[in-house]
Design a protein around this ligand. Structure first.
Ligand code: UDP
Ligand code: MN
Length: 336
């Protein structure tokens, strides 16, 4: 339906990557709804271009200089910056009904049936189930509601400092008024729920439709080796939600990273995928050793094959043949 949309928000390039994966996952499961992403002005041009390829509508929201009600509200509550940006989703009045989804969510199957629900429908928060989690919610865009939300925000603030506190304050009868507004947990399965209630996860987890990577460590905080399908990095234990995290990275590395590469061209950017870094460097490496570059020959030079192996084991000769200067020199010959 043309007047219904999934809406997300990304104020920077990291969350923009999340939004790209989310958008792709919605498309892959054949949604019939429009896709809208609200972005902050800090999102880089290449990321904006990729978002435009995935989303029907990419709308820049700049509460800092918009001069509208949110700007005024923001002057009183500068601590609630991102929250005010998120509330902007209520201004999308060219849609009659929307489903907001955090940029750190991933869709596992078609969820268009969510549009049968009314405002404000959401799933319980795993930490405090009398509150709803604001990572996935059904709402009706309305300037009137938008105004009331901003007013509520300015007057009462947010008990948790974010949008979830504000929205639970405003839609405060969610827990008691209408059970139809309680979305099943499978529409917003947070990764922390897996280890806090493992038997339930074993019983019901297979039906999950949306995963939410809530908390400090986001999928893009890790690094990924697409060849070995291995996720690493970050202080947090990767094993807490290995399957969903892997699913996120598989989608990101296969469908999003190639688009990012196209947009960035030869500008440097970090996809977070080890393979891309290594294989890009490797190509340069091998060609370099076969070319006539004058390298220091005081030590016996390893063969291309040996060097490839070393690269793959993460033992590049950064101080010698694989030094940045040599790579840059090769790149320069490329560009000429
Ligand atoms: N967000 C954003 N930029 C930020 C922080 C948050 O665009 O710097 C958006 C993004 O859509 C994100 C949502 O606000 O998914 C809520 O934040 P987050 O997911 O980090 O909170 P959590 O779900 O971990 O409580
Ligand atoms: Mn989130």
């Amino acid at each position: 339906m043309a007047d219904q949309a999934f809406v997300t928000l990304a104020t920077n390039d990291n969350y923009a990557r999340g939004a790209m994966v989310l958008g792709k996952s919605l498309r892959n499961h054949n949604t019939s709804k429009k896709l809208v992403v609200l972005i902050g002005p800090q999102v880089s041009d290449p990321c904006q271009c990729v978002l435009k390829r995935i989303y029907d509508e990419v709308r820049v929201v700049d509460v800092l200089d918009s001069g509208d009600a949110a700007h005024l509200a923001m002057m009183k509550r500068p601590d609630l910056g991102v929250t005010f940006t998120k509330l902007h989703c209520w201004t999308l009045t060219h849609y009659s009904k929307c489903v907001f989804m955090d940029a750190d969510t991933l869709v596992l199957s078609n969820i268009d049936e969510l549009f049968d629900r009314e405002e404000l429908s959401a799933a319980p928060d795993p930490g405090w189930p009398d509150c709803f989690n604001s990572g996935v919610f059904v709402y009706r865009p309305s300037i009137e509601t938008y105004g009331k939300l901003l007013e509520f925000c300015t007057e009462h603030g947010s008990f948790d400092g974010g949008d979830q506190g504000v929205l639970n304050g405003y839609f405060s009868d969610w827990a008691t008024a209408d059970i139809a507004k309680h979305l099943p947990f499978i529409y917003n399965l947070s990764s922390i729920a897996i280890y806090t209630y493992l038997p339930a996860f074993k019983q019901f987890g297979g039906n999950a439709k949306v995963v939410h990577f809530l908390g400090k460590t986001k999928p893009w905080s890790y690094t990924f080796d697409p060849k070995a399908k291995k996720i690493s990095g970050s202080e947090q234990d990767v094993s807490s939600n290995p399957t969903y995290l892997l699913e996120w990275w598989m989608l990101y590395s296969s469908s999003v990273v190639p688009m990012l590469h196209e947009q960035y061209g030869d500008q440097t950017f970090h996809s977070g995928c080890v393979e891309f870094l290594c294989s890009e460097m490797m190509t340069i490496e091998i060609e370099q050793s076969e070319s006539t570059l004058s390298l220091p020959h005081s030590l016996p030079q390893p063969s291309s094959q040996e060097r490839k192996q070393k690269w793959e084991q993460g033992q590049a000769d950064y101080m010698g043949m694989d030094s940045f200067d040599n790579i840059k020199r090769k790149l320069d010959t490329f560009l000429k």
